[in-house]
Ligand binder design. Structure first.
Ligand code: PHE
Ligand code: NA
Length: 446
């Protein structure tokens, strides 16, 4: 059977942007920035996106497109009998870890959407939004339902194949989400006490940079947000034909994703300070902050409804890119059909997510890595270890395994200007060295 293909370059762009923009920009960016002191973290994050993220993203796309295969198959095809395919297996493991917790948080978003739909969140429940959220996520049953519903929708989209599905919808919804976030940002900065939030986000507190864990957090967030280092973008690149040009698409995706994160920060941090919420509230941050903002706004209930609808869609266009990674692999390797692969692999990921979800309540004293709960541990291993490590291997592959000519050819830069030499320098030296230093210093070796 012939491999599937995007119908157009636009289809690829929309799908890749859909993968990038998701809960990572709003939910994860704000809570990780909040936990890591704000301004200085933001600068590190931006530096990593520009110097490492975007150049490595171009590399990841180009590997998939060159090989026209899945995460494991691509390396085996381009470098037979060499160990590069290990990145592929890491990516497969990583896809399980990420969709495991991602679908839980997406389920929370779906629950919020539902509560705006039936208007019960238009005004704060007795005890406030924070308490209501706490009651919800510690409940052993109800979050599993929403999580399951989200996973079922993800499976449904993935089993209909890469060409149809969600990318057409994102053509309308992503710009809508952008406009809505900008309006919310404008509203948020007029809240009383908003200045404190803007200071937190934009005024670096340099002393934070003495802590090596902040670098790892910023690096992990840059990779997570760009969907980078797992093989999702490699797989999407593999459905692209060779006559489309990659560099401009890559830069567009990177900048777009970063724009969403910054704007989300401008929505959330002023509100965090205006409503006296701790910026270090962790993964709960947006779920307790945003409803309070909506409650104060004129027509806030409707705004909340639209917002959570768009957030769920953004999460969906990301989750399908995560599930697609093992689906593509199992289809090729074991000859499974698309429907069977999507259902079986999605169900397994759901089960992993059940553990993460129970870790919020019944299993809340289970800590796996350091003092992280189950979800925190999955997030840490996936985003802060596997993704940057995957990115390191991708950079080494494109920078060192490929010759200069091969690398330029595969990235459509055979006749590009001097920028291609800067790109290659970043991929060959800067990215691997930075990632290695950050890893070594966070385990205390440097
Ligand atoms: N980039 C997505 C987001 O920001 C999450 C994601 C991570 C998707 C890794 C694919 C791979 O929400
Ligand atoms: Na993102």
């Amino acid at each position: 059977m012939a491999r599937e293909k995007w119908q157009s370059k636009l289809g690829f762009m929309l799908a890749a942007m859909g993968s990038a923009v998701g809960l990572g920009n709003i939910w994860r960016f704000s809570y990780v920035a909040g936990e890591n002191g704000g301004g200085a973290f933001l600068l590190l994050y931006l530096a990593f996106v520009l110097l490492i993220g975007i150049p490595v993203l171009l590399s990841e796309f180009s590997i998939g497109r060159q090989a026209q295969s899945d995460v494991v198959g691509s390396y085996q095809k381009l470098a037979p009998k060499k160990p590069w395919f290990i990145q592929g297996y890491m990516g497969l493991i990583c896809s399980f870890l990420i969709l495991g917790f991602y679908s839980v948080v997406a389920g929370w978003s779906l629950y919020y959407f539902w509560n705006y739909l039936n208007t019960s969140f238009f005004t704060a429940p007795s005890g406030g939004y924070e308490a209501a959220f706490g009651t919800f996520i510690t409940n052993p049953i109800s979050p599993l339902f929403w999580h399951g519903l989200f996973m079922a929708i993800t499976i449904l989209v993935v089993l209909t194949g890469v060409k149809d599905g969600i990318e057409r919808a994102s053509k309308i919804f992503m710009p809508t989400l952008a406009v809505l976030l900008v309006l919310l940002a404008v509203y948020s900065v007029t809240l009383e006490g908003a200045g404190e939030g803007l200071k937190f986000l934009f005024q670096p507190n340099w002393s934070i940079l003495e802590d090596p864990s902040v670098y790892l957090a910023a690096l992990g967030q840059a990779f997570f947000s760009l969907s980078l280092g797992m093989g999702g973008m490699l797989t999407y690149g593999s459905y692209l034909s060779k006559d489309e040009s990659l560099p401009s698409a890559t830069v567009g995706i990177g900048l777009m994703d970063t724009f969403f994160a910054i704007i989300a920060g401008v929505v959330i941090f002023p509100a965090v300070f205006a409503f006296n919420i701790s910026p270090e509230s962790g993964p709960n941050l947006v779920f307790i902050t945003l409803p309070s903002v909506f409650e104060q706004m004129p027509f806030g209930g409707v705004v909340g409804l639209v917002f959570f609808f768009l957030l769920c869609l953004a999460a969906l266009s990301s989750s399908i890119s995560i599930l697609e990674v093992p689906v593509a692999y199992f289809m090729r390797k074991f000859g499974w059909g698309r429907t069977f692969s999507s259902a079986v692999l999605g169900a397994l990921m759901y089960l992993l997510g059940v553990a993460a979800s129970l870790g919020m309540g019944r299993w809340s004293d289970v800590t796996l890595i350091g003092d992280r709960d189950i979800m925190g541990s999955m997030e840490f291993v996936a985003s802060d270890v596997f993704l940057p490590l995957g990115g390191l291997i991708i950079a080494l592959f494109v920078g060192w395994h490929w010759s200069k000519a091969e690398a330029f050819e595969a990235t459509d830069m055979a006749s590009a200007g001097p920028i291609r030499h800067i790109w290659r320098f970043l991929v060959k030296f800067v990215a691997p060295v930075c990632i290695a230093i950050i890893f070594l210093s966070s385990v205390g070796i440097l």
